[in-house]
Every structure is written in structure tokens, then in C-alpha cells.
Design a protein around this ligand. Structure first.
Ligand code: ZN
Ligand code: MN
Length: 472
């Protein structure tokens, strides 16, 4: 879509930190009673003084470095003035013309190859409180405010307007999320962890901003809706107004909120209660803490374990899955480990709505190793392994006990051979028929072995042995 221009502003909560951005209240607002993690600072009481959380600045720098951005040596907080009930101070402490970092990029894989999505800036700010409504926003008689979220550290990551389809926007967000998860300062599973404002314009139309979309699917749908809406307006010779719209996730449409506010409306000015930050020492400190990032890991997996890129690519999507693979691959053939983890375990976890963090607890790597060793030693069939994995995930229990109780231990090859010989001896008629050219008579003999073993013999393997025996 060459006439479409999309830029994103992504708000990311640094939600694996312990405390808020400017006070020492805990940030885990998800499972606590409303308005219990609050103090004069995050309630915006007059005279309360903010103090910067150094860990939050370090986490922000870590992210900026991982996104290839240039951390600025000197950075300043500003007041962004506007009124809303979730913002009791009447201003948000944010950053304006001296943001934490400039530039940077995220690489995505599109159908036409790799594309670098350039970033404009990355800045720190505080999350406002959270409004909630009994029932729906339009029908509720009143709204409730929870200030537990007020002051949670946020990073706003702004891209250049360089994406040209809703799909590219989704690919960018997916990749960004993976990078953030790697840095261990962000948990994407928590509600509100990543909220997106999307800017979209079509050639010849005004720029429309869609505010506060809370899911990746929502971003893609909202943008698709906007493209159709704006295209229809332009086709009919009408103008696309520059405005702010809201995405209605229930009806999958966007609705007009207000004409776009201008920067001057916010009356930005430097926050007088906070000192500017000189970042150079912190940058040095953080550089040493940067973990291996997905791209590096992918290359290393291909070289060190000699697995295909198709496996490496998937394994690095989740750092926990990558770790799981390494634990198993150190004890077994790496290709075997990769294929069981990517093709089977991942699918079984997905099916149950779990990621590898849960998977790790349900089927520990050492248990997976034991199970796959049985498979390599031909003590259990492929089908048997799958059944053990499923049982283990659904019911727990010990690997060996599951194999025993379900009778999944495979019958050794020597035993199968003995039974094949027995089948031949006991069924001279079938053997005669086979030798007379009735090839399907062999099925009768295979059936005998299957019956005696109650289906635990591998039918293809058994048929092969019988045919070999009969041709001698
Ligand atoms: Zn507080
Ligand atoms: Mn913001």
C-alpha cells in the first residue's frame, strides 16, 4: 500500500520493576485493592516532591540501547499540562525537547524481505491512574478511579512514519515485544503493559491519530478500518480531517473524539522539582548488563547447534523457549530437541493458552530430556511421547509412572521378531497364501502380532520384519 503512511507511539510499562517512577509505592496494581498503593506523590498532592527511581532510568537506558537508539548524555523531565480525572496533579511528568534517546530501529521480516523500522525518539514518563466503569463506558452512571497505576514507569517509543500497512505495524509490535521481554524489565502478559497510539494518513488526506489501543490485533483492525474509511472519503472528493479518534474494540470501528490537540496546548515546561540526568555513567553500567538479543541468539543457535534457521527463528521468539531448548540440546541431539520443542511442545502449550514460563513448570527440561532419551533408545514410540507430554501437561505426575500406567513402553525389537516368528509358525495357511502371491496375507500375520501386543507394536515395523522373514 504505497499511499498509506503509518507511525506508532508505543507506551511500554516497565512493569517488572519494584517501585513507581517518582515514589516508592509498589507497581503491581493488577491484583491489589484499588487505591492501596498510593502516597502523596502519586496522588499529586500539593507540595509532595518526586524523586527519580534510578532503576527505572537504568531499565529505560537498557531498552534504548537494545533498540539501537542514541542515549542522550543529558536528559530533562517536563510537565505536560492537561486536565483529566486520572491525572490528579493536572500535569503528567514526561519529557519534551530533551528526551532520553533519539533514533534507533527495529528490524522486521516482511514478505519482501527485511525492513528497518526507524525510531524517532524514546522518552520516560509516568502512567496516569486508571478509570473504570461499571458496565460499558457509554452506559455507566459514574466512573471509578484507581490511582494504583498512577506513577508506574512508562517508556514512550515513537517510530518515524515509515510503516505502509497494518500488517507491518503488527510485525513491528510483535518484534518490539520480544525484544522487551528479553531485557527482563517488561512482562507483556500483564493487562495494559503495552498501549499504542497509531497515526495514519493517506496521500492527500489529514493525519488521524487513534488513541490508546490495548491489543496488537486491535491496532491492526483499527488501522484497516481507518484505511477503508479515509479511502472512501477521498474517493468521494471529501477531506480527511486531522483529528483524534477512539477505537471501539467491540464494534471494530473508530469514532471521532476531538480535533487534534497541538503541542502548544500542553504548555510544556521543565519540571522544577527534578534535576536533569547525566546518563554517561549509567550507560556504562547498563552496557555490561545487556543480555544476548534475539538476532544474536538466532545466529548462535544455527552455528553452535547446527539447527536450521526455521527452528532457530521460532526458538528465539520467547527467551524462555530458547533457554528450554538449550537445556535439552546440551543433553541430546540438538535437531531432535529443536523439533520436539518447536513442533510438539510449543503447539501443546499454545493449545492450552500457555507460554514456556508455564511450560517450564509443567514439564521440566530434565523430564523432557528423560522422555526423549527413551525415544532415542526406542523404548517409547513417537506417538507415545506425544501422549506422555499431553498427560503431563494436563494431569502432572511422574514420567515413568505415566508410561507404565498407560502401557507406553515400546516392545523391544527382539521381542517383536520373536512374535513375528511365532505368527509365521502358527499360521501356515497365511504363509502359504503369501508365497502363492497373495501379498495381503501378510496383513493377517501383522494382525496376529498386534493382537498379542495389544497394539503396542509398530505396525509398519512389524510388517517389514514379516515380509523379510517370508522372503528368505
Ligand atoms: Zn506513591
Ligand atoms: Mn505519552
Amino acid at each position: 500500500m504505497d499511499d498509506v503512511i503509518i507511525g506508532l507511539e508505543v507506551h511500554v510499562q516497565l512493569n517488572r520493576l519494584k517501585t513507581k517512577l517518582f515514589c516508592s509505592c509498589p507497581i503491581n496494581y493488577h491484583d491489589s485493592e484499588p487505591n492501596t498503593h498510593v502516597c502523596p506523590v502519586c496522588l499529586g498532592m500539593p507540595g509532595a516532591m518526586p524523586v527519580i527511581n534510578k532503576e527505572a532510568v537504568k531499565a529505560a537506558i537498557k531498552i534504548a540501547l537494545a533498540l539501537n537508539a542514541e542515549v542522550q548524555p543529558f536528559t530533562v523531565f517536563d510537565r505536560k499540562n492537561y486536565f483529566y480525572p486520572d491525572l490528579p496533579k493536572g500535569f503528567q511528568i514526561s519529557q519534551y525537547d530533551r528526551p532520553l534517546a533519539l533514533g534507533g530501529y527495529v528490524t522486521i521480516e516482511t514478505e519482501d524481505g527485511e525492513k528497518k523500522i526507524a525510531l524517532k525518539r524514546i522518552h520516560m514518563e509516568e502512567d496516569p491512574g486508571k478509570l473504570s466503569y461499571k458496565g460499558s463506558i457509554t452506559l455507566a452512571k459514574y466512573s471509578l478511579i484507581d490511582y494504583n497505576r498512577s506513577g508506574v514507569p512508562l517508556l514512550e517509543i515513537v517510530t518515524e512514519p515509515v510503516m505502509s500497512s497494518p500488517k507491518e505495524a503488527r510485525l513491528f509490535l510483535n518484534k518490539l515485544r520480544i525484544i522487551l521481554e528479553y531485557l527482563e524489565v517488561f512482562d507483556g502478559n500483564l493487562e495494559g503493559a503495552m498501549r499504542v497510539d497509531a497515526n495514519i494518513s493517506l496521500k492527500g488526506g489529514g493525519r488521524v491519530e487513534i488513541k490508546n489501543i490495548s491489543s496488537f490485533k486491535g491496532v491492526e483492525r483499527a488501522l484497516s478500518y481507518e484505511i477503508t474509511r479515509q479511502r472512501n472519503l477521498l474517493r468521494r472528493g471529501r477531506v480527511v480531517l486531522r483529528e483524534t479518534r477512539h477505537f471501539d474494540e467491540v464494534n471494530n470501528i473508530t469514532v471521532s473524539l476531538r480535533s487534534k490537540e497541538e503541542e502548544q496546548d500542553y504548555r510544556y515546561f521543565p519540571e522544577p522539582d527534578l534535576v536533569p540526568i547525566h546518563t554517561s555513567e549509567l550507560v556504562d553500567e547498563v552496557k555490561d548488563l545487556l543480555p544476548e538479543m534475539p538476532e544474536e541468539k538466532r545466529q548462535r543457535f544455527i552455528q553452535q547447534y547446527e539447527i536450521g534457521d526455521n527452528f532457530a527463528k521460532v526458538l528465539v521468539l520467547d527467551p524462555k523457549m530458547a533457554d528450554y531448548f538449550e537445556e535439552v540440546a546440551l543433553q541430546l541431539d540438538a535437531k531432535l530437541a529443536a523439533s520436539w520443542i518447536v513442533d510438539v511442545l510449543r503447539g501443546e502449550l499454545n493449545y492450552r493458552g500457555w507460554d514456556f514460563r508455564v511450560g517450564w513448570e509443567k514439564l521440566r527440561p530434565e523430564e523432557m530430556i528423560r522422555l526423549l532419551k527413551y525415544f532415542v533408545e526406542e523404548k517409547i514410540t513417537e506417538k507415545g511421547v506425544v501422549e506422555v507430554i499431553r498427560t503431563k501437561l494436563d494431569e502432572g505426575g511422574d514420567i515413568d509412572a505415566i508410561i507404565q500406567s498407560k502401557g507406553l513402553f515400546a516392545i523391544p525389537k527382539t521381542e517383536i521378531e520373536r512374535l513375528c516368528r511365532e505368527a509365521i509358525e502358527k499360521n501356515p495357511k497365511a504363509v502359504e497364501d503369501y508365497k502363492a502371491g497373495k501379498k495381503q496375507a501378510a496383513n493377517y500375520l501383522v494382525g496376529y502380532v498386534m493382537k498379542v501386543t495389544r497394539g503396542r507394536a509398530d505396525p509398519a515395523e512389524t510388517a517389514k520384519i514379516i515380509r523379510e522373514m517370508l522372503s528368505n
